[in-house]
Design a protein around this ligand. Structure first.
Ligand SMILES: [Zn+2]
Length: 289
């Protein structure tokens, strides 16, 4: 089985509007109507209708494609690019490769990211939790008084990652105990979990329901047996490096949607083909469904 998915697969499978629409239809609907009839394409429209009861289905309804005038072939091309770009995809690259305006490319990238909501399935097993700071000024050479100001201006993000499993990441208003608690309760199961953290004081009370193992980063203790946060540390450096390298600057307003993109890639580290199909399925999920 060919597990790659690039420009050649795209040309072979999705070379026309009809091929793209047929794929979307098959991904979401059965060919057979509940009345026993069969759905057929309505010529010239993004619709199918049942030959017997005349019921109509629009496979793009409620999705990011619905109101877009961009041909589906270009959408699929952008999805392929996004799916293969593990370090993020700049709108500028979409603009160049698809020969469209920057505004259109930026909008497509934003719509793809907006469809990538993170799963609510709780994490368990060995789960690493950490808080990170994004954006704002550097901290080198600042004295203590200025340091706290610099940190206050940064955007705070919490992440939890199962070792050899799934990740979740969320922008929070600050690094308070309350935000840690809400994030943990939403994302990490108290049962069957070994929670790996550093010695963050905010966690002392809120992590009580968990089997917590912590290392003392400030005392330069980074690994003690299974207690370490190497997985989540890798995630932070990958995300920060990618944001710097690919996107240059991301405003705090959009940081969550970029994080959703990195979490999608982390959680779908399978073959390129499987990731592409997972991406199509994800963007096809009708909002509120
Ligand atoms: Zn029917």
């Amino acid at each position: 089985m060919n597990s790659q998915f690039g420009i050649r697969s795209l040309r072979k499978k999705f070379s026309s509007e009809d091929a793209c629409l047929d794929f979307l239809f098959k991904r979401r609907h059965a060919k057979r109507c509940s009345c026993g009839g069969t759905f057929r394409r309505v010529k010239g429209r993004r619709k199918y209708h049942c030959s017997r009861c005349s019921r109509q289905i629009a496979p793009t309804a409620g999705t990011i494609f619905e109101k877009s005038k961009v041909p589906l072939t270009l959408w699929f091309h952008a999805l392929m690019m996004f799916s293969n770009a593990k370090s993020g995809l700049a709108a500028k690259t979409i603009q160049r490769d698809l020969e469209i305006t920057y505004k259109c490319a930026w909008r497509m990238a934003r719509l793809i990211r907006s469809a990538l909501t993170q799963s609510e399935e709780p994490l368990k097993g060995e789960v690493e939790l950490d808080l990170a700071f994004f954006g704002g000024k550097g901290v080198a050479g600042k004295n203590n008084e200025h340091l706290s100001e610099v940190f206050r201006a940064k955007t705070k993000v919490l992440a939890a990652i199962e070792r050899k499993g799934q990740a979740r990441a969320q922008v929070v208003s600050n690094g308070s105990a309350k935000n840690h608690k809400n994030f943990l309760w939403q994302n990490v199961s108290t049962k069957d979990t070994k929670l790996m953290t550093d010695k963050a004081l905010q966690l002392d009370n809120v992590a009580r329901p968990y089997d917590r193992h912590s290392v003392h980063h400030k005392k330069r203790e980074f690994v003690r047996g299974k207690a370490h946060t190497n997985t989540v540390d890798w995630f932070w450096s990958h995300v920060k490096g990618s944001l710097r390298g690919t996107h240059k600057h991301v405003s705090p307003k959009y940081l969550q949607s970029y994080l959703d993109g990195f979490v999608f890639h982390y959680n779908n580290a399978r073959s390129d083909k499987q990731r592409f199909e997972a991406l199509v399925d994800t963007v096809l999920r009708v909002r509120g469904e």
